[in-house]
Design a protein around this ligand. Structure first.
Ligand code: NAD
Length: 280
């Protein structure tokens, strides 16, 4: 039964309640929705009244989440463009269209870049973490245009904002997702499609299981998946575009302000260009 799910009572990361009424009766695609952050987001979206399509490589997990939220499940490999298109077509057939996409499926790289370089692991990490977001976007856009607009959130990471020497490949593809969101926000605004990214720190999911104790021993706090999901759902429902929301323990999530980043500039008016001439 849809719309009766309530999230586990994790304290909100925000000082003020969100207006999620815009999500009611919207159709949402969640990639990587079978586990972790995607699972929590599927529950939060259903709790806000959305109809959720859970898309994941892990079909059993996706079906379990779909059953929990009264939604739908489809086996999807986000690293494959046709698989993304099939997931969107499935949402259109089952739910009549697509309004929201949380492009969240992701993996750790499993490779370094020196003697430990593993080409297959590299391709997989780039395929899921970058191609998965690009392909998911490419597949979702026609369906959103057909509805007059939509809202997309991609899961990057704090590793999309800072260098992580221990995980350069993951850091590279998450920086790419941040670049995509910053570019597509303004690019898609005329079509009424909002496009944002979230940048969570370490979260309590299968992804961090193997090194979570080391993180705790080193003093890192670990986010609940529900806190990350809460932020993703707020951003899906919000007004901004081209934003990259950091999510850290003990701090209210917010769009990161890229201050003083140099970019291409148009030439100043000729009169303002110093000529180097010394006037007599
Ligand atoms: N857990 C963290 O500390 C953390 C921090 C920052 C960002 N993230 C990002 O959050 C997102 C979700 O990760 P999580 O922590 O919930 O991990 P998770 O392992 O619990 O969930 C990831 C999900 O993605 C699915 N998946 C993997 N490859 C896929 C593919 N090719 N096609 C479809 N589905 C696929 C998995 O089956 C799984 O259900 C990822 O993009 C990850 O990079 C996680």
């Amino acid at each position: 039964m849809r719309n009766l799910i309530r999230c586990a009572p994790v304290p909100s990361a925000f000082a003020t309640p969100a207006d999620l009424t815009g999500l009611r009766d919207r159709v949402a695609l969640v990639t990587g929705g079978a586990n972790g952050i995607g699972r929590a987001a599927s529950i939060a979206l259903a709790d806000a009244g959305a109809e959720v399509v859970v898309a994941d490589l892990d079909l059993d997990g996706a079906e379990a989440v779909a059953a929990t939220v009264g939604g739908h499940a489809i086996h999807t490999d986000v690293a494959d463009l046709d698989s993304n298109r099939a997931a969107v077509a499935f949402a259109q057939q089952r739910c009549g269209g697509l309004d929201l996409a949380f492009l969240n499926a992701g993996v750790t790289s499993g490779t370094g870049i020196g003697d430990d370089f593993d080409l297959a692991a590299y391709r997989r990490a780039m395929g899921v973490n970058l191609d998965g977001v690009v392909f998911g976007t490419q597949a979702a856009l026609p369906a959103m245009r057909a509805r007059g607009g939509g809202s997309i959130v991609a899961t990057a990471s704090l590793a999309g904002l800072v260098g992580v020497p221990l995980e350069p490949i993951y850091t590279a593809n998450k920086h790419a997702v941040v670049g995509l969101a910053r570019s597509l926000g303004p690019a898609l605004a005329p079509e009424h499609v909002r496009y944002n990214a979230i940048c969570p720190g370490f979260a309590n999911t299968a992804m961090t299981k193997s090194f979570r104790e080391q993180l705790r021993e080193a003093g890192f706090e670990i986010l609940d998946a529900e806190v990350v999901a809460e932020t993703a759902v707020r951003v899906l429902a919000g007004q901004g575009t081209g934003e990259c929301w950091f999510i850290q323990p003990g701090r209210e999530p917010a769009p990161f302000e890229f201050r003083n980043v140099p970019g291409p500039r148009t030439a100043p008016p000729a009169a303002a260009v110093p000529t180097g001439e010394v006037k007599a």
